[in-house]
Write a protein that binds this ligand. Sequence first.
Ligand code: NAX
Length: 328
Amino acid sequence: SKAPVRVAVTGAAGQIGYSLLFRIASGEMLGKDQPVILQLLDLPQAQKAVKGVMMELEDCAFPLLAGMVATDDPNVAFKDADYCLLVGARPRGPGMERADLLTANGAIFTVQGKAIAENANENVKVLVVGNPCNTNAYIAGAAARKVGRTNPNNYHGMLRLDHNRALSQLAAKTDRPVSSLKKMVVWGNHSPTMYADYRFCTSNGDSVKALVNDHAWNNDVFLPTVGKRGAAIIDARGLSSAASAANAAIDHMHDWALGSDDWVTMGVPSDGSYGIPAGVVFGFPCECKNGDFKIIQGLEIDEYSREKINKTLGELEDERAAVADMLK
Ligand code: NAX
């Protein structure tokens, strides 16, 4: 049987953690033949709650769960980690401006990026879920780059929830099963500015754009629905998306580790593709094979799409400028 791999999860006592950990331990992320050791990071005041989650994990008697560690020390949590899911982040408090949120999280993700680069497996794969996730991933990657050792391209932000939300909306609109939809992409930031783009999407070989054939629906219904879905969930549930966010994190890591037979949206550091400045963590269409990913090249960007892409890029450039001093 396979040797266990180490999966570090931050924010382990939080609501996404409560959905995520059980699915990792049951083998849904890395395969039903892959034992895992969970390394759980949370703040000192959350350690008791983490212990409670660990008790429940024990009570599941998961055959693949080969060990667990709880800690408030990033150097311990990321030690020899093969996968890191950075879920814990500073939420926006009352009276907190966007810039304050960026710098508060900047402080967390510089520390964690450095701790990962110093302690984790050299081939570590990192996914940032905690918001603002693109910029947090950019910060962690920049801190890691200073250390060296790990691959800066392996610091990702999570766009997969937006991707999955878009697929479900399109399935409903076209009356086709989600499983028939291929080649979806969400460009840009995980925020209402993201651009969910189904121009290349097919369903059993049919063009989804042709099936929908409704530009007004795209512009006035589809994009706002996907972009504001997080707020709609908070409004309905009184809490932010948790199980669906955990599901998207599982999907992202699963496909990255084990391969995808379709395009998947990943927030990855730009290599300059599609005119996105190098280093910006941006939602791109990707393909995964042999534990690696690559950005799909050569897609046509029409005028409408360029405008949408520029808008979400502008927001990311502003975020990047707001944290630039912290990364010197
Ligand atoms: P919770 O508030 O339930 O849990 C967060 C946990 O993180 C808490 O246990 C807290 O103690 C811990 N934490 C805070 N700072 C930490 C640090 N420096 N190191 C380790 N742990 C720390 O939030 P939850 O609902 O689980 O959401 C977590 C994050 O996911 C938030 O930033 C949220 O905005 C983000 N989301 C991202 C999504 C995405 O698609 N990228 C969607 C869902 C979600 O909104």
